[in-house]
Design a protein around this ligand. Structure first.
Ligand code: HEM
Length: 401
């Protein structure tokens, strides 16, 4: 039975209602009037996946074509580049549709977002990497999906591939013809579709009512760990952001959500709508899992080794990560407590922000802030160094062990 039929069965057999009860969660109550579409059927996104991509990619996997498709797609890197010759016809047709920007994409806003992303780049990378990275470990559905999929076996490689999306989004021409973000988003959409087909076949995936992974709801949950969370933290840190910049930053992420296959009726139209949806979908699902704890430990080690190859900055990375995500999420991800450093970072980090925002003069900067600044600079360099030459590839199997 292919992925689509299995999914249909789950829905038709009343699996949706049964599982809703089993999840103990309430019905979907976020109104599509708050979305970029402004209207919609209001279907619960826990039971919607990616009906355009999923059957095509499942069929590519079943026909044993993934190796060849990946080989061809390695040459497809720029937004304006024609798709490579030789792709299977169904995949080519899907990708031609998927690479189109939505009619509501506004290039002037995307350009303004590029300015914002350039000036606030350091905060963004820190918040995507350590903030979003740790949060994703406290999202059980995501932690399990990442752990048991192919990339779970080589987290350094996986982190670099995920970093590529942040890197391409950070480029001033992200969605312009010579940019790379359309390519990266469409490839990621293919990867997610493959994971939906492959993971339910993993021996580690729950057999009794185990949900097909990466639903539209899961996508929204993760999306909120990125722009919504970033904006909340920047506001909390009192980073100055103009209203046009803030709207532009939301816009580039709305476009990205669309390009990743999130339906327009679920994409928040405003920050208020995003905050409301985040409270509904993200806050209640945060929890600890064995898989999330393991992933968090590996991500923190990779980050520390990116700063100092011997990994000696791991305690500082622990403290920074705890400071960024707070004690609750740090506890869920089992970030070790650093009894000496945690209070120091607690006072030194706000000074680092104030310094960057030109709110305090240099002589008043304590040593811990200089240490934080040095570590963050190296972290950003490490993060960016992975960006350009990495290929996002469709997986052909789950985690082997
Ligand atoms: C792969 C980004 C949501 C699970 C990827 C990749 C990127 C990415 C860039 C390609 C990197 C690679 O091949 O390793 C995103 C973004 C999301 C999102 C921006 C939301 C806005 C999710 C969610 C889940 C998930 C909700 C699970 C619940 C995975 C898995 C892979 C993957 C399992 C494949 C790893 C492999 O190849 O084995 N994602 N993702 N992602 N993502 Fe996502």
């Amino acid at each position: 039975m292919d992925g689509l039929s299995r999914r249909k069965m789950l829905i038709v057999s009343g699996g949706a209602l049964g599982a809703l009860g089993a999840l103990g969660t309430s019905a979907w109550a976020w109104s599509p009037s708050g979305s970029v579409a402004g209207a919609g059927a209001g279907a619960d996104p826990r039971w919607v996946w990616d009906p355009e991509a999923d059957p095509v990619v499942a069929s590519i996997l079943d026909r044993g074509l993934v190796g060849e498709v990946n080989r061809l797609l390695r040459t497809w890197t720029r937004n304006d580049q024609p798709l490579p010759a030789g792709l299977p016809e169904d995949l080519r047709a899907f990708m031609e549709q998927a690479r189109r920007l939505p009619a509501w994409a506004d290039q002037a806003k995307l350009d303004r977002a590029a300015d914002f992303v350039t000036t606030k780049g350091t905060y963004l990378i820190l918040l995507y990497g350590l903030g979003g990275g740790m949060l994703s470990c406290a999202i059980p559905n995501e932690a399990r999906a990442v752990y048991y999929s192919k990339g779970g076996a080589d987290l350094k490689d996986r982190a670099a591939k995920t970093g590529k999306l942040g890197y391409d989004l950070q480029e001033p021409n992200a969605y312009r013809p010579d940019g790379r973000m359309i390519v990266t988003a469409v490839k990621t959409r293919l990867v997610h579709a493959a994971v939906r087909h492959l993971l339910p076949q993993s021996p580690h995936w729950p057999k009794d009512g185990g949900q097909i992974p990466i639903s539209q709801n899961d996508m929204l949950v993760t999306w909120h760990t990125l722009p919504t969370y970033v904006m909340r933290k920047l506001t909390e840190w009192r980073v100055r952001i103009g209203s046009a910049e803030s709207a532009a930053f939301l816009h580039i992420w709305q476009v990205t959500a669309h390009m990743l296959g999130i339906k327009d009726e679920y994409i928040p139209a405003s920050w208020d709508a995003a905050d409301a949806q985040s409270k509904q979908v993200l806050d209640p699902v945060l929890a600890t899992t064995r898989e999330g704890v393991d992933l968090a430990d590996k991500i923190l080690t990779i980050s520390a080794k990116g700063i100092t190859p011997d990994g000696s900055t791991r305690p500082l990375v622990n403290s920074l990560a705890r400071h960024i995500v707070g004690d609750r999420v740090a506890g869920m991800a089992a970030i070790p407590r650093e009894f000496l450093l945690d209070p120091l970072v607690g006072t030194g980090f706000p000074v680092w922000v104030a310094l960057r925002e030109n709110l305090i003069p240099l002589p008043l900067v304590p040593q811990i802030t200089r240490t934080i600044d040095d570590a963050i600079r190296k972290y950003i360099l490490f993060y960016l160094s992975g960006g350009r030459q990495i290929n996002i590839e469709i997986p052909d199997m789950n985690r082997p062990s």
